[in-house]
Design a protein around this ligand. Structure first.
Ligand code: FES
Ligand code: FES
Length: 154
């Protein structure tokens, strides 16, 4: 089956069974290894991507269901202030869960450039990060939001 979708602004056609998980297509067909496999059960958030701008799990999402849709992965964030903010704050410990966290943060900042601490906590609620990096992760998202507001002013 050929399925057409847009990934990080590029139209791609993949040959895959309809029920192939989107995460497998991203990692194995398109060589985008940033999105991570954690639980495979929509429980941990490490596979989070944006689908038509909304943060969604990709590990159990059938690729056929995203035909014609816009998918964004962590690879699209190379020039986004989130990347620098996470580096500046050293916001992560294992790093494995960060690609998913970054995508949920991106979805939040796309719709709200001035989120409160509570907004950020809520946006990251579906992610299992069990290390001590939480305060740094929250600070990094606040810092990226400030950079986006600053960029919009200049
Ligand atoms: S791998 Fe998708 S939620 Fe855990
Ligand atoms: S950065 Fe991975 S568990 Fe916190």
């Amino acid at each position: 089956m050929s399925i057409e979708l847009t990934v990080n602004g590029r139209t791609v056609i993949v040959a895959a069974a309809d029920d192939t998980p989107l995460l497998d297509v991203l990692r194995n067909h398109l060589d985008l290894k940033g999105s991570r496999y954690g639980c495979g059960l929509e429980q941990c958030g490490s596979c989070m991507v944006l689908i038509d701008g909304k943060a969604e799990y990709s590990c159990a999402r059938e690729v056929a269901s995203v035909a014609g849709k816009r998918v964004e992965t962590v690879e699209s964030l190379a020039a986004h202030p989130l990347r620098q903010a996470f580096l500046d704050e050293q916001a992560g410990q294992c790093g494995y869960c960060l690609s998913g966290i970054l995508m949920s943060a991106k979805a939040l900042l796309d719709s709200n450039k001035n989120p409160s601490r509570a907004d950020i906590v809520t946006a990251l609620d579906r992610h299992l990060c069990r290390c001590g990096a939480h305060p740094r992760i929250l600070r990094a998202v606040e810092k990226a939001a400030a950079a986006l507001r600053e960029g919009a002013r200049s």
